[in-house]
Design a protein around this ligand. Structure first.
Ligand code: CAA
Length: 257
């Protein structure tokens, strides 16, 4: 039985983790299936943007699978940890924007998946946290690396060492969520945002995401060089001609046809 639902429509690929009986916790099968579904969306020419969400109205993803981990050896945990990390890196380095529509619990690995996404929008009942230390574990799918970059070192230290769970309002206040919607408007709002993004140049979007990501781990001079090179590379493509000409001709640009 499939643990992931996919819906492709109007250039948007919606990926839903579909294991509501376990609050969409991600065992090895979910990680593997999620990775291959994501690879397919990345190589699909019709897909311009990806939305990730969880099935049901309670959870986005309640984390890595605690029951599976209880039986793991250190060697198996290394494989599981690396598979989860690889998935987050696939999301983070996607040239197509990935929006996390956080519709409930985003805990542990779930918060880590959300953090790898380019944009996080949340429902009013969403909650976020890295409660791994309560289980005698640490955030093992990139949480120790991404959380400080998103909310700052002090706040990341506090969230990770207390293991406390914060609500959507607090996540918004500290920059972990971009915006909050009522639960029944979350997906339509994600699709609306996706459609807005789809009207823009796909190469320009991919290059912008690349510069932002690379710039986070290099000195500013190097980041500026990456940006200058990417800016120049766009001039090899018709996309910028369409964008610039559309402006001059006072018409909307048509990038996707
Ligand atoms: N793994 C496996 N099963 C999980 C799960 C998880 N992470 N989270 C919830 N479930 C299961 C529960 O065991 C329960 O199943 P059963 O009915 O078979 O017992 C079902 O989902 C419903 O959960 P609850 O009855 O607990 O629901 P609740 O509303 O009372 O509580 C909750 C919700 C606060 C999210 C609670 O389920 C919870 O604390 N879950 C664990 C969250 C967590 O610690 N996540 C981090 C995991 S470690 C990790 O992710 C490591 C990493 O970085 C890679």
């Amino acid at each position: 039985m499939s643990l992931i639902k996919i819906n492709n429509e109007n250039g948007i690929s919606e990926i839903t983790i579909d294991r509501p009986e376990a609050l969409n916790a991600m065992n090895q099968e979910v990680v593997a299936e999620f990775s291959s579904v994501l690879q397919a969306a990345l190589s699909d020419k019709e897909t311009g943007i990806i939305i990730i969400t969880g099935a049901g109205d309670k959870a986005f993803i309640a984390g890595a699978d605690i029951k599976a981990m209880q039986k793991m050896t250190a060697e198996e945990a290394l494989i599981y940890g690396k598979a989860g990390q690889k998935l987050t890196m696939l999301i983070e380095s996607s040239p197509k924007p990935v929006i996390a529509a956080v519709n409930g619990f985003a805990l542990g690995g779930g918060c880590e998946i959300a953090m790898a996404c380019h944009i996080r929008i949340a429902s009013e009942n969403a909650s976020f946290g890295q409660p791994e230390v309560k289980l005698g574990l640490l955030p093992g799918w990139g949480g120790t690396q991404r959380l400080p970059k998103i909310i700052g070192v002090g706040r990341a230290n506090e969230l990770i060492t207390t293991g406390k769970i914060i609500n959507a309002e607090e996540a918004l206040r500290i920059g972990l969520a971009n915006v909050i919607y009522p639960q029944d408007e979350l997906l339509s709002s994600a699709r609306k945002m996706a459609s807005t993004i789809l009207r823009n140049g796909p190469r320009a979007i991919a290059s912008s995401l690349h510069c932002i990501k690379e710039g986070l781990s290099v000195p500013i001079k190097e980041g500026m060089e990456i940006e200058a090179q990417e800016f120049s590379k766009l001039f090899h493509h018709d996309e910028r001609l369409e964008g610039l000409t559309a402006f001059i001709e006072k018409r909307p640009a048509d990038f996707r046809d």
